[in-house]
Design a protein around this ligand. Structure first.
Ligand SMILES: [Fe+2]
Length: 228
């Protein structure tokens, strides 16, 4: 086997700001950090409803700046008749920014821990640990990689569905993406609508609802969102 065939491609996107098929904006920051900005208006890959569970090649620590990050972890049980196909993102990046991906197995996914992480708090994720982030409203996080492995990331998609490889990470122009980022950060300054915005009312709101994630309405923009 030639050396080139044994080398894996872990090259990141070249652009500093791009869309991600999971419904957030990814901003590359210095020192290998990333900012992630969720907003319900952002486009997602067409199979999102069936393929939100995923893992990462690296472990990371994520700090929430704005909103509530909902983090659902999963145990995975590899089995031939599993409910989900495992999609390995181990191909080269296409001109649309995503990696060509392949079905690499089948498994069942069993819900494990569920966390609701308020602004100011952090959580850690292990390398290759499966999870999904069913956020609503605006959420901003800063993610720092803790260690990097050599196994490509996977997604899981409900068996019988086809993974959308056509999602265009460059669908929206950069200036529009930056506008979303700025508005999301300003959202964090004023807190959710109907709250005092002083910080204390928001803290109380989070504290009251922490043990009841199903009651979490998410954090909505505090003013009209910029339209494209
Ligand atoms: Fe993730």
């Amino acid at each position: 086997m030639k050396i080139a065939e044994t080398l894996k491609d872990f090259a990141p996107t070249k652009e500093q700001i791009t869309l991600h098929g999971l419904g957030f904006i990814q901003v590359k920051l210095p020192n290998n950090s990333r900012m992630h900005v969720w907003h319900p208006e952002l486009p997602r890959r067409s199979c999102f409803a069936h393929s939100a569970i995923h893992n990462h090649r690296f472990s990371f620590r994520s700090r929430v700046l704005v909103g509530l990050q909902i983090n659902q972890r999963y145990h995975v049980e590899a089995t031939e008749d599993g409910t989900h196909d495992l999609i390995s993102h181990d191909g080269p990046r296409s001109e649309k920014g995503g990696r060509l991906s392949f079905v690499a197995g089948r498994a069942n996914f069993l819900p494990a821990g569920r966390e609701v992480v308020p602004a100011g708090a952090s959580y850690d994720m292990a390398e290759l640990e499966y999870h999904e982030t069913p956020n609503s409203g605006v959420v901003v996080t800063i993610m720092d990689k803790l260690s990097e492995g050599t196994t490509h990331a996977n997604s899981a998609i409900t068996h019988g569905h086809v993974f959308d490889q056509e999602f265009d990470r460059y669908l929206l122009p950069e200036n529009v993406l930056w506008k979303y980022v700025l508005e999301a950060l300003r959202c964090g300054e004023s807190g959710p609508p109907g709250r005092s915005g002083s910080g204390n009312a928001y803290d109380d709101y989070v504290r009251e609802n922490l043990d009841n994630p199903d009651a979490m309405p998410g954090v909505q923009p505090s003013k009209p969102w910029p339209r494209r």
